[in-house]
Design a protein around this ligand. Structure first.
Ligand code: SF4
Length: 282
């Protein structure tokens, strides 16, 4: 079977070849990539939003804040997942929180607050074209790129808008050009969606769920040609790589492989405790 390349993997390789190598080794990955409350919140918020915008599960008239709150709680215990996925969700929950109900309540409240803010500020009438779906396409070079796209909306003019939900903080002052220059994920999705549906892409957006903030860009032909060349260059570099040397970068304090990396072992872990929460009565 042809190998598929995911933009997050390509970005990881460009950031640090050793981190990429660790991530490709199932034994190392399972040992060191531990579930975290932040990731758990992110997964549950994504699930809640997927079910909220799916008209077969939540009819338009039922799009209330109470419904969104309930969907988050159901996602927390995997209530709408198939058996295997549900078991994995519950195992993760147990690993992260165990008997620490106070910690779990704090993170749950954090997730609910995030969705509360989203409910107050987002367009609640949207009917996504696809949500949380895998898409893939073969580039001219023969490379297959793929990804799970949080949401694609088809706009009245026939164009597509690609959205990626973020549950962290938005970047400080990012204009469209700088986001487009640094991004590989959204532009890869734009290439895939354009090839698959033959539709123009009007906007690639990062939606910061808790902050009523969108950053993104309009992908021009020139930009996407450049990104396709970057994908090809990165895939060639991966295929030619033999050393996978560590490359220190500003994400090292968050790297799950710090303890086994010759560069990362001396780097202090980032403090990931949420520093602020929204002042809400629940
Ligand atoms: S700690 Fe830094 S240098 Fe080491 S693997 Fe992680 S990202 Fe790479």
């Amino acid at each position: 079977m042809d190998q598929k390349y995911y933009p997050t993997q390509l970005e990881t390789f460009r950031q640090c070849p050793l981190k990429y190598k660790y991530g490709k080794d199932p034994e190392i990955r399972d040992k060191y990539r531990q579930p975290t409350p932040q990731l758990y919140v992110g997964t549950c918020v994504h699930d809640a939003l997927e079910n909220f915008f799916d008209v077969t599960r939540t009819p338009m008239a039922a799009r209330t804040e109470e419904r969104l709150d309930l969907l988050l709680r159901r996602a927390w215990v995997g209530a709408d997942l198939w058996t295997k996925k549900k078991r994995q969700r519950l195992e993760e929950r147990e690993k992260i929180f165990g008997d620490d109900k106070d910690s779990e309540a704090g993170w749950g409240k954090h997730a609910l607050n995030m969705l509360h803010r989203f409910f107050l500020t987002a367009d609640l009438t949207a009917v996504p074209f696809t949500a949380e779906q895998f898409h893939e396409a073969r580039l001219k070079s023969g490379i297959i790129v793929a990804g799970k796209i949080d949401r694609i909306d088809r706009l009245p003019d026939g164009s597509m808008r690609i959205m990626d939900y973020k549950t962290g903080k938005p970047p400080f002052k990012k204009d469209d050009d700088s986001v487009a220059a640094e991004d590989l994920q959204l532009s890869t999705y734009a290439i895939v969606v354009r090839k698959k549906y033959r539709a123009p892409i009007s906007r690639c957006s990062l939606i910061f769920v808790a902050h009523d903030e969108e950053v993104g860009f309009t992908p021009t032909d020139e930009l996407l040609i450049g990104k396709a060349a970057l994908i090809e260059e990165t895939v060639k570099a991966i295929e030619a790589e033999t050393e996978f040397a560590p490359k220190e970068n500003h994400f090292c304090p968050w790297c799950e492989y710090r303890k086994i990396c010759p560069v990362g072992e001396g780097i202090e872990a980032a403090d990931t405790t949420p520093k602020e929460d929204l002042d809400l009565p629940f």
